[in-house]
Design a protein around this ligand. Sequence first.
Ligand SMILES: C[S@@+](CC[C@H](N)C(=O)[O-])C[C@H]1O[C@@H](n2cnc3c(N)ncnc32)[C@H](O)[C@@H]1O
Length: 208
Amino acid sequence: MPEDAPRSDGTRDTSTRDSLAARRGLDAPVYAPAEDSGLLAEAAVEHARGATLEVGTGSGWVAERVRTESDATRVIGSDVNPHAARRARDRGVEAVRADLLGPFRDGALDTVLFNPPYLPTDPDNEWDDWQEAALSGGESGRDLIEPFLDDLPRALAPDGVALLLVSSLTGFADAVEYAVDAGFRAETVAEESYPFETLSILALRHRE
Ligand SMILES: C[S@@+](CC[C@H](N)C(=O)[O-])C[C@H]1O[C@@H](n2cnc3c(N)ncnc32)[C@H](O)[C@@H]1O
């Protein structure tokens, strides 16, 4: 979400957020693919194999690319937003409504992809709709990343890989530390810098 300049306290101006949301088609209820989606898709096409889940699939654009361009044998998209699950299905992606990894069986996933909502957001400015579900990572920016990492060790197959998009706005070092504490080796496999943030793709594998 590169163009949306943070304030000095790390939170964001809501008018900028609203114009960003409009440009991204978020006055519609589903996140429109952007630079972050593209970076995740490129890495996922290279790394995905076996049973693959894209958490927070949004429009299903990333999942569709993975389905058609990678070694994945089955690709599922999930999203807490029912409009997103429907949009992804319309695109031909197998998609379900789900909260993070909740419904997925232990060790069932060879590859997990997640471009999380990550904008640090002042609690007084939360706006309680599908835009918020797509963009806001709470005060730290990590409100979705941390519960995802808490449950990932359970759902990811022993030799599986998860690709997680992390923005510098979210606190790259904090996200890596949390992943390591959850039991993963973390390696940066893609990175792109924009005027207000750097986006990285972390590849996470169980530590032996
Ligand atoms: C930044 S958008 C990414 C959309 C798409 N993956 C892409 O890259 O274009 C984040 C997505 O996560 C979804 N999401 C938010 N909270 C979630 C949760 N608890 N469980 C599953 N999906 C969630 C949002 O609805 C939104 O579609």
